[in-house]
Write a protein that binds this ligand. Sequence first.
Ligand code: BDR
Ligand code: CA
Length: 304
Amino acid sequence: STPVIISTDPGIDDAVAIAIATSDLSLDVKLICPISGNVSLSKTTLNTQKLLTFFDKSIPVVPGSRKPLLRAAKDASGVHGKTGMDGYPFPEVNLPVDNSMTASAAMHSVVNDSTQPVTLIGIGPLTDIALFIHEYPDDLANIEEVVLMGGSLGRGNFGVLSEFNFATDPEAAKIVFTSGLKIRVAPMEVGRQAKIMPNISEKIKSLGKVGDMFYKLFSKYRGGSFNKGLNMYDALAVALVLRPDLFEEVETHIEIETTGRYTAGASLIDLKGYLDLPNNATVAVNVDAEGFEKWFVEEIAKTI
Ligand code: BDR
Ligand code: CA
C-alpha cells in the first residue's frame, strides 16, 4: 500500500476524505496533520481526534500551523459550522495528539524513515506542506507526488478568482507549485461536477453508525444546501490517488498569484499556454460524476 501523509482542516468534506483514506487498504496513512483553515487549529485538531476515535484508528496526529505564512487566518465556519463538524455528537476522544514537534518535522520523520516514496495529500491551506518543502529539501526525493484539492479553473469560492485552500495562504501555495515536485490537483470545478445529491446522502444514511454520522454532518453542511447537492471537494483529492481512471487530467502550468490586490491566491491554470512557462502540475479538468458517486458510496461502506 502507498504511504501517505494528510494535511487537513476538518471540515465536513475533509472528514469524508479522512474516513476514506484511512479505511481504504491500498493507502497506509502514516500521519495526519491538522491545520487552521475551515476553523481554528484547536478545532481541526479536535475534529481529527474525534474522527479517528470514531473510526478506531490510532494514526499519529501532529498539529500544524495556527495561521498562514504571512497573512491572518480566515475561516469557513459559515460553511462547516462553528465547530467545523457540526451536527453529530461524537463520543469523547481517546486519541492523543503529539505536540512535541512541528507538523513539518513530523512529515520529515515519516518521509525520511519510509522505504517507499510518500504521497502528500493536501486538503487544507498549504502552509505546512510549504514549510516541509522549505525546511527539508533533501526529503523531496522521497516524495511520490503531492495531490491537492485546491484552486479553480475559473472563478473562486473565496475571492472573485480564488479558491479557499490556495487563497488563504497564497505564499504557501506558491512554494508548493515552485517546488519541482510532481503535483496533481483537483480544482473546485471537479468538486462541483461531482456533487452528492440527496438520493446519495440517503444511501449513505443507511450505512449503519457511519452512515448516520455522515448524514448528520451533511445535514448541517453549508447551512441547508442539502437539496441542491453537497460539494465533497476534499474527497476528490483522495479519489485522484485511488481512482485516477475517474478523471480527465491535463498537464499544465499553474501559477499562483501572490501580489494581486484583489486576486492574491488565484490559481492561473494555464491550459492554453499564455504564460509560456514549463508544466509544473497536472490538473483534473473532468470527473466521471456517476463513477465518483458509486465509488463514494462504496468507500463509505468500507469504513464500517
Ligand atoms: C476547500 O475549502 C474548504 O472549505 C474545504 O474543506 C475544501 O478543502 C474547498 O474550496
Ligand atoms: Ca479542507
